[in-house]
Write a protein that binds this ligand. Structure first.
Ligand code: SF4
Length: 346
């Protein structure tokens, strides 16, 4: 689905959805037929619908927002190559996605018709990574790498790994949630030809209803092939900002053999204020999840600080400082007090 008219025929749109002004928004409308089929057409507040159907709220700007809150532009060291953290870099393989998420933090780039990286861009990015041995991990992101064909993706992997066979590659994708039929045995066979270093799958599942027989099968193909899977959920108002929803999602991910990695506070990106959850509520959700979930199922609640400040964990603090004898004082998740003395090293 690429236009409101097309969409309106299958999913009767609300006034707020109809008044989305596409021209003023860099992020296009695009929803796969698969993902559209997961949406309840009779519920205007459907959490899956909120993630992909644009509204007029995208035209609203709030103070503190920016088009590039993570300062990716100023950290672009070669074409499409963002080097913000010393030991890892991100390569924007394409700007295309199988479905465009209205909360996308990289909307300055995503879906802007730039397409896949050119041979020249790829070559320059690979040379940069080859000459910066401090880069241990490379994120294939964008856009979504799995909108490329297997052959295109293989060329990109080869370009980096021919010079850096040790380079760990993270495949950052929402395709298992939005277009799982793209994940085929042939794709996995191609990846297995290039296992000189690990691949990691980084998915983005935001709601338990995104976990379906199809998405389960897609994830299983990676994990069965020895590619570990981690998930990054974005905390989104009206989508997953209820503790029961998050608890169900995290447990379902673990059952899929996907480790919940991050629960992200929304970035300060233009046009996404309607998705951001107040921090106080986010921290309360994190505290309750810590009581309900195992360590395996518990993601790190984190915020990517504005102006490229980097990721930091947020949430309830359990260490309250020292008592009069110098022992550390902690609160249990349930609020009880515990004392932890340091060893006597004298
Ligand atoms: S799949 Fe990722 S890059 Fe694409 S729109 Fe969604 S969040 Fe943005």
């Amino acid at each position: 689905m690429r236009t409101l008219e097309e969409l309106d025929r299958l999913l009767p749109l609300t006034a707020q959805e109809k008044s989305w002004i596409g021209e003023e928004c860099s992020l296009p409308l695009g929803i796969s037929r698969y993902y559209l089929g997961l949406i309840d057409p009779h519920d205007p507040q459907d959490p899956l619908r909120r993630q992909v159907v644009p509204t007029c709220h995208e035209s609203f700007e709030q103070s503190g927002e920016s088009g590039d809150p993570l300062a990716e532009v100023s950290h672009t060291m070669a074409p499409r190559l963002i080097h913000r953290y010393r030991n890892r870099a991100a390569f924007l393989v394409t700007d295309t996605c199988a479905t465009y998420c209205r909360h996308c933090f990289r909307r300055r780039f995503t879906g802007a018709s730039g397409g896949k990286a050119t041979a020249e861009e790829l070559s320059q990015a690979a040379l940069y990574v080859a000459s910066h041995l401090e880069i241990k991990e490379l994120l294939f992101t964008g856009g979504d790498p799995f909108t490329l064909s297997d052959i295109q993706l293989e060329q990109m992997i080869q370009a980096f790994r021919s010079m850096r066979p040790d380079l760990l590659i993270r495949l950052c994708t929402r395709t298992p949630a939005t277009f799982p039929e793209r994940i085929t045995p042939e794709l996995i066979i191609m990846l297995k030809r290039h296992m000189s270093a690990p691949f990691y799958l980084l998915t983005q599942f935001n709601h338990p209803r995104e976990i379906t027989p199809e998405s389960r099968a897609a994830v299983a193909l990676f994990v069965d092939a020895g590619i570990p899977a981690l998930n990054q959920t974005v905390l989104l108002r009206g989508v997953n900002d209820e503790v029961d929803t998050l608890e169900t999602l995290m447990n379902a991910l673990v059952a899929l053999r996907v480790k919940p990695y991050y629960l992200f506070q929304g970035d300060l990106v233009h046009g996404t204020a309607h998705f951001r959850v107040p921090l106080e509520k986010g921290m309360a959700l994190e505290a309750e999840l810590r009581i309900r979930l195992s360590g395996l199922a518990m993601p790190t609640y984190a915020i990517d600080l504005p102006d490229g400040g980097g990721k930091v964990p947020i949430g309830k603090r359990y260490c309250e400082g020292r008592d009069e004898q110098g022992a550390w004082i902690f609160r249990t998740p349930e609020g009880q007090r515990r004392r932890y003395p340091d060893p006597d090293l004298s």
